[in-house]
Design a protein around this ligand. Structure first.
Ligand code: SF4
Length: 532
């Protein structure tokens, strides 16, 4: 596959001695015995399993993703613009202005507790991985002021060094409290909400009941997986004490921190971090339905499900379970998105890429709809970073009346916005901004953040600059961009987007999704118009 080298990857910090590699093995065509370069094979000879992962040195300060070209992404579709009429607004030049496009949406719209969002983007589960903790206030407060959902990801209570457990169940977690209170501090109480995600370990530890009963959390999301990997969540632990503590709490910690030889090796610096893994679940139909009923009995006002990009049979099984349990919102996360820590070969080579996955999900939805079954509000995730992808994904999901995909979930890209906002403010404080940036946009945050004027009161009340960065990315960039694209298609309400708003650019895209090729698009209509 072009751009992917089996024996050298930026993610693992490996490279090749020669440029004209063997395209099959990825090795240099001449491999010499005195080569000082670390390719995948040679680094693996020293570091073994570490080379399965993105550089351990970057853990906690980075996010990662696949860099494989899946020969199918949103660029395979073209947005069809229009000039004849308008939907969702009066077709008048004075009304049909892009700023009048309504991009708000509602998720969990079919239940008793719908959640309005100011734009069709929400932030997927960010949990115990260190990068999420480091940037939590920026990301959660950014989500809150943007009027959207933030999900606290898996393992937060279990990883909290200060949490209290009694008989295996959590009774207090300062970190979970911090995560929820951060979101609520600037939340308007109307748009979006804070949700808490639970995996197998969280369920065992009673995180759902703790969050519902003690922290008044309304929404619990069960997690079956993520697009970047098909094994449980993983993080790195930098100290022996943390490794021992988490093993004691029941987590899988590798290598075994209780083994005296491993302890010696760690102290000698042979390896610098332990891996903490979480278990995977084995969902089955009846048990899942009962679990969701039980969650509602515990007081959950909404129940979401997030799954990864498993094989098509699992997509169908997931849709069946979610339909029968009347899940309020179901998120599918395709390969190509991001993570805080996942094995690189798994990110690249496993799981269904997002466009293929969406096509499978929609096929299942169509079958369910034909049977008159409930189809939950759907959310797609997996490598979304901009408004064009959002437009295409939502438009594609309108099988009859309204789009089934109500929002797109992102995690990696809003984290990047938060990173950048925080880092550039630090550089500004030190007088070390890149010269070109400072020349163009000024040397103070009040100058280089476009939205400062609009949100300066919140900044004065303690809103972090990184939250302003997330808001600016979501609303000023993605929101405005989406309004422009929709106005170009003469669609002024999000739920008027439909499959006729996009065309396939390749036969493969048309075959996978059923969206007509651009050269077959509206051919009959063209003839009808000219038959006058
Ligand atoms: S060890 Fe061999 S394959 Fe690896 S970079 Fe050196 S020459 Fe190339």
């Amino acid at each position: 596959m072009p751009g992917i080298y089996e024996n050298a990857r930026s993610t693992t910090g490996t490279t090749l001695r020669l440029k004209d590699m063997n395209p099959t093995s990825g090795m240099c065509p001449i491999c010499i015995d005195e080569c000082p370069v670390l390719c995948e094979i040679s680094k693996s000879a020293f570091r073994g399993r570490e080379v399965l992962y993105p550089n351990p040195e970057e853990f906690g300060k980075s996010t990662q993703s696949s860099n494989k070209d899946y020969s199918m992404d949103w660029s395979n579709f073209q947005i069809m613009v229009n000039v004849l009429g308008a939907k969702g607004i009066e077709p008048s030049p004075d009304a049909a202005i892009f700023e009048n496009v309504d991009i708000s949406t509602v998720v969990a719209s079919q239940g008793k507790n719908p959640v309005p969002l100011k734009l069709p983007v929400l932030i997927a589960g960010l949990g115990s991985t260190r990068v999420a903790k480091r940037h939590w206030e920026g990301i959660a407060m950014g989500a809150a002021i943007s009027g959207t959902i933030q999900t606290v990801g898996e393992n937060v209570c279990g990883m909290d060094p200060d949490s209290t457990y009694s008989k295996g169940k959590v009774s207090d977690s300062p970190d979970m409290r911090f995560r929820i209170e951060s979101y609520r501090r600037f939340w308007d109480g109307k748009h979006g909400d804070i949700a808490v995600q639970t995996n197998v370990e969280d369920q065992r530890g009673g995180v759902d009941v703790y969050c519902i009963s003690k922290l008044e959390v309304n929404t619990i999301e069960r997690k079956w997986g993520q697009g970047a990997k098909a094994i449980g969540g993983e993080v790195r632990l930098p100290t022996l004490e943390r490794a021992l503590q988490l093993k004691k709490r029941g987590y899988i910690v590798l290598p075994d921190p209780e083994d005296p030889e491993i302890q010696e090796a760690f102290k000698a610096g042979t390896f610098k971090t332990f891996e903490r893994h979480s278990r995977v679940g084995f969902p089955e139909f009846k048990g899942f339905i009962e679990d969701i009923e039980w969650l509602r009995e515990q007081g959950a006002k909404r129940v979401f499900l997030k799954t990864g990009a498993y094989r098509p049979a699992v997509v169908a099984f997931t849709m069946k379970c979610a339909s029968e349990a009347k899940i309020d919102m179901l998120t599918f996360d395709g390969a190509g998105g991001g993570t805080g820590m996942s094995p690189v070969p798994m990110m690249n080579e496993a799981s269904t890429p997002t466009v293929y996955l969406e096509a499978q999900v929609l096929k299942c939805a169509q079958i369910l709809k034909k049977k008159g079954k409930y189809v939950p509000d759907l959310v797609m995730a997996g490598g979304f970073v901009n408004e064009t992808q959002i437009f295409k994904s939502i438009a594609m999901s309108n099988l009859d009346e309204k789009p089934l995909i109500k929002s797109i979930a992102m995690a990696r890209s809003p984290l990047t916005a938060a990173f950048k906002g925080k880092y550039f403010v630090e550089l500004a404080e030190k007088g070390k901004l890149p010269k070109k940036f400072a020349d163009l946009y000024g040397t103070k945050p009040e100058q280089f953040f476009m939205a400062y004027t609009e949100l300066k009161d919140l900044i004065k009340q303690g809103l972090p600059w990184s939250a302003l960065a997330v808001h600016t990315y979501f609303h000023d960039r993605i929101g405005t961009g989406l309004q422009q694209l929709m106005a170009g298609s003469r669609k002024f309400k999000l739920d008027t987007l439909d499959r006729g708003d996009i065309a396939s650019l390749t036969e493969r895209a048309a075959e996978i999704t059923g969206i007509p090729l651009i050269d077959h698009f509206e051919t009959e209509t063209m003839e009808q118009i000219l038959d006058y």
